[in-house]
Write a new protein. Structure first.
Length: 75
């Protein structure tokens, strides 16, 4: 099944659930609690968190170098 067809079917299901009053909608506090719970669970894997930080630092360095290069080309 194509991703478009699958999305269309899922959309119809969601709309039907809302129309019948059976769908759950998060309020701001529920969303905060869910995010907090996910953050706590994710941060338990220290090796993964270190990897994320390392990759972020590398990306920041690449972006800064690219910006410097583009500014140098303009002069």
């Amino acid at each position: 099944m194509s991703p478009d067809k699958q999305a269309e079917i899922a959309s119809k299901g969601g709309k039907a659930a809302h129309a019948q009053g059976r769908a759950h909608e998060f309020d701001a506090e529920e969303a905060r609690a869910a995010g907090r719970k996910g953050g706590v669970a994710a941060s338990q894997d220290r090796a993964r968190m270190a990897e994320i930080g390392r990759l972020g630092g590398l990306a920041r360095g690449r972006n800064a170098a690219a910006k410097r290069a583009s500014l140098g080309a303009v002069r």
